[in-house]
Design a protein around this ligand. Structure first.
Ligand code: ADP
Ligand code: MG
Ligand code: MG
Length: 876
């Protein structure tokens, strides 16, 4: 079995075996870039090291020595040779870059003898002694665990003694003295001499790399980032390139493009006369890479070519490390560079336009969530601020304002006084929506990613942090504390929903900019995607937003919000409380023109696209006052001798509220059941939709309404509802003498509807999967309760892999979708199928919907661009 690979023997696809760094060095070697010779000991050797109780088996040691000999031959020098010593670096390298792993050891192979050889050879004794003292310091710290401050202290002491200001002021003789003292420190602290045997140095360093895989820091990092413990790290042994040989030497790091903007400019920093760690350690301030052009024009030119070669080869922006030894360039690392969401988009589009990648690859290069991140206002990365707590990054973007603990107050301050407020609540309920809408951002101490606050905030495109448990909210005193900081009502905080950071005070913001590349990428997405994207929008304002973001239609327009408006609620209540058919009809007659106006505005906004309007869905008591409040009011009226009329009125109302009260409203008198029992409500809505259509058609506006009945579970419901719509349609067409085109369909949101989808499809032109309710009814979980009570723990304990309200449950709910798809299309091959639950904006769920054969997904307006990219990715 082979455990060691020369760089020539590996390649870029061998990350698992050689680690990221080793695979990169191998690939660069093979495409002819100037990499110092070296070899990689595999991650498998690391696994064996641990199986062998933290010892390398002799077999692997022997193989390593064999490869050392090969390296020596390539380098033309030998480790430990007193005349021409080979020096190497020993570098860890896991499959993915991992902080917490061992620091690289440079200059290994120096001892009392080889340092003299190096000094003679380089005709620069100072350089040689500087390497040696650096090596002793690094090796003793990283491998022998001697406190590094002891060395730093000694260095400072010596500088003082000889009157040197900078390290570079120390002479060769000073450094020799320092080396003596360093060795003394090692002797005192480890009870042994600094190892002079260079092979022992090498084996000790290799062991230390393997040991570092299991340092607490590395273990914690793996746990946080879900990296398996058994991956192991590789070890890279690389011939040293000396960047510290004088002023025609140096070292640097660079990105082939700007990683924060994506701009196509070579970007990075370098230091003249320095070794690798000097750049990272920040001891000296590096210079911008552009200056290398003046200082070493030939090297700069070569580096640009290397960058180009690497980009063309990897077909992606690279992050590289290099060293120049007396005018000769050496490449020491390459990897795909980390970048901001903005840069990810620009780089993907640019690489495609440069002909390096195709459209499909460009589309796969951007994470859908990165699209969401660039759409929100962000905190200026250059501003300074104090983070006081961290919660779940529930809805991206940042908001700043005065802390307010009450939804009514938030609304009042924002709307009446134009102040900017942050709503801070333990959690939010539907009663707080107006406060959420008025606030810049919301912060809750409880609840998860799908808690009410999170879902509503994402829907509104409003920043939110949820489940921020470290803040203790005192609603009575109107303050919250975190550690010893107290934040009172009126204090300014900033909520960064992109990171989950709660920041004390103000910060600077940068506005989202929709770059040319953003628009271009999404246009490509639309070209490629074989599943459409619509939006859920209840108002023309939302619909306009959605249309601007690229929605091609409305998948769900809910009508109950139109009933909630303050000027309509009294009429709606009249309608609900009506005792006779005539009374109800009278109230509905008042509502008809209002609804018709709503629909006209909505349909007009979406001219040319299909608009699904769902008829009334929630239980009627949602439109009535709260029972407790009414009871209290009645008591107060009686105690304070209120007017007889008012008392009677209130009594009547309370009685009605009690009559309408349900134990389980979610499964109660709602959805199309309302339309079955009180057909006049749905008749009014249908009439309003079709009248609106007639009016717009007469004006030459091309509108396409789709009437959707919620919560259908039986064929008879669908049959009767269709009849209802068709009859009204006929009547209107006859009286207006105009031909109307409209579709009739239903939501599939109870399991029975999915199971008898063939029966339903006989009377439906389209299905829309209402996966919020379908998930509730399939699991038997009440979404509002499950979130708080057990779902969070279910996920933590891994009873459930994902929150089914966030990511569509492919196994269960998904199966119902498939059944409904198959049965529905077996009856009507052109049956239009879509999804309108929260899942419509979730990339993984979108992938499922594409596979399941749906025509479109529908999501909140702010998720539309995300969904467009996800739709393309699902298709690719
Ligand atoms: P990290 O993963 O922390 O970047 P590296 O192994 O890449 O660690 O090395 C740290 C620094 O040491 C880098 O700047 C690198 O360029 C430098 N370095 C590593 N090996 C050599 C070498 N053989 N010659 C010169 N410099 C080296
Ligand atoms: Mg590196
Ligand atoms: Mg529903």
């Amino acid at each position: 079995h082979k455990y060691v690979y020369l760089f020539e023997e590996g390649n870029g696809s061998m990350r698992e075996l050689l680690g990221g760094k080793g695979a990169g060095l191998a690939e660069m070697t093979n495409i002819g870039l100037p990499v110092p010779p070296g070899f990689t000991i595999t991650t498998e050797a690391c696994t064996i090291y641990y199986q062998n109780n933290g010892k390398l088996p002799q077999e692997i040691i022997d193989e390593t020595m064999e490869y050392l000999a090969k390296l020596e031959e390539k380098a033309g020098r030998k480790l430990g040779d007193p005349e021409h010593p080979l020096l190497v670096s020993v570098r860890s390298g896991a499959r993915i870059s991992m902080p917490g792993m061992m620091d690289t050891i440079l200059n290994l192979g120096l001892n009392d003898q080889t340092v003299e050889g190096l000094a003679r050879e380089s005709s620069n004794p100072r350089f040689a002694y500087d390497c040696y003292r650096r090596f002793i310091q690094m090796f003793s710290d990283v491998v022998m665990h001697v406190n590094i401050n002891l060395f730093e202290g000694e260095l400072e002491k010596l500088k003082e003694e000889v009157g040197a200001k900078l390290d570079t002021d120390l002479t060769a003789e000073n450094l020799q003295e320092l080396i003596k003292r360093y060795k003394e420190i090692v002797r005192k602290n480890t009870g042994r001499e600094f190892p002079q045997d260079v092979k022992e140095q090498l084996l000790m360093a290799i062991n230390a790399v393997f040991e570092s895989w299991n340092t607490p820091r590395a273990i914690t990092y793996r746990k946080l980032n879900k990296i398996p413990d058994d991956w192991g790290t590789a070890v890279n042994v690389v011939m040293m390139a000396f960047g510290n040989m004088g002023n025609n030497s140096g070292t640097g790091v660079a990105f082939t493009r700007n990683p924060s903007t994506g701009e196509k400019v070579f970007y990075g920093e370098f230091l003249i006369n320095a070794q690798g760690e000097d750049v990272v350690a920040g001891i000296r301030t590096p210079k911008p890479i552009a200056e290398l052009k003046n200082e070493m024009p030939a090297v700069y030119e070569q580096l640009l070519n290397v960058a180009k070669t690497l980009e063309n080869h990897y077909k992606d922006m690279q992050d590289i490390e290099f060293t120049v030894q007396e005018g000769k360039l050496y490449m020491l690392q390459t990897r795909s560079g980390k970048r901001t969401p903005q840069a990810a988009i620009k780089i993907a589009v640019d690489l495609c336009e440069e002909g390096i990648i195709d459209k499909e690859t460009a589309l796969m290069r951007v994470e859908p969530e990165q699209i969401s991140m660039v759409m929100h206002r962000q905190i200026d990365p250059n501003s300074k601020y104090q983070v006081i707590a961290k919660g779940l990054a529930a809805s991206p973007g940042a908001g700043m304002g005065e802390v307010v603990f009450d939804a009514d107050e938030a609304e009042k301050l924002a709307h009446e006084e134009g102040r900017k407020v942050i709503l801070v609540r333990p959690e939010t309920t539907p009663d707080d929506i107006h406060g959420l809408a008025a606030a810049e951002a919301v912060l809750t101490s409880r609840g998860g990613m799908t808690s009410h606050a999170a879902v509503v905030a994402r829907g509104m495109g409003k920043p939110a942090i949820c489940g921020c448990e470290s803040i203790k909210i005192d609603l009575d005193r109107e303050l919250f504390t975190v550690g010893d900081i107290t934040v009172k009502k009126g204090d300014i905080i900033t909520v960064d929903g992109t990171t989950g950071n709660v920041i004390l005070g103000e910060v600077n913001f940068v506005d989202p900019t929709f770059s040319e590349e953003f628009t271009k990428l999404l246009t490509w997405a639309d070209e490629v995607a074989k599943i459409g994207v619509r939006a859920n929008a209840d108002t023309p304002v939302d619909a306009t937003t959605a249309r601007n973001f690229g929605a091609k239609g409305i998948g769900l327009c809910r009508t109950e919000h139109m009933f909630m408006a303050t000027d309509r609620l009294p009429v709606v209540q009249e309608m609900i409380l009506a005792q006779t058919h005539e009374e109800r009809k009278a109230a509905l007659d008042k509502l008809l023109p209002m609804q018709q106006g709503d629909f006209e505005a909505m349909l007009k906004t979406m001219e040319g696209y299909e608009v699904i309007i769902r008829l009334l869905d929630p239980p009627l008591h949602e439109f009535l006052p709260d029972e407790m409040e009414l009871a209290l009011k009645l008591n107060t009226l009686k105690l304070t001798n209120g007017s007889k009329e008012e008392i009677e009125e209130t009594e009547k109302l309370l009685k009605n509220v009690r009559v309408l009260k349900e134990f389980n409203p979610m499964l109660g008198f709602r959805g199309c059941r309302l339309g079955m029992i009180y057909p006049e409500i749905y008749e009014m809505q249908i009439r309003a939709i079709l009248n609106a259509t007639v009016n717009l058609l007469k004006q030459g506006v091309n509108v396409i309404p789709e009437i959707m009945f919620p919560l259908v579970g039986t064929q008879e419901e669908m049959k009767r509802l269709r009849e209802m719509a068709v009859n009204i349609g006929k009547e209107i067409m006859d009286s207006e003498g105009i031909k109307l085109e409209y579709k009739i369909g239903t939501m599939i949101e109870v399991p029975r509807a999915a199971l008898i989808a063939d029966q339903i499809a006989e009377y439906a032109d389209f299905f829309s999967f209402g996966t919020n309710d379908l998930t509730q009814t399939t699991f038997g979980y009440s979404r509002d309760d499950a979130e708080h009570k057990f779902l969070f723990q279910y996920i933590e304990k891994k009873i459930l892999k994902d929150d089914p309200f966030e990511t569509l449950d492919a196994d269960g709910v998904g199966q119902l979708i498939k059944i409904a798809h198959d049965k529905g299309r077996s009856v009507k091959s052109n049956l239009s199928l879509g999804i309108c639950g929260e899942h419509g904006g979730d990339p993984r769920s979108i992938d499922f919907c594409y596979t399941a054969g749906l025509n479109y997904v529908s999501c909140s307006p702010y998720r539309v661009p995300v969904a467009r990219l996800a739709a393309a990715q699902a298709t690719i």
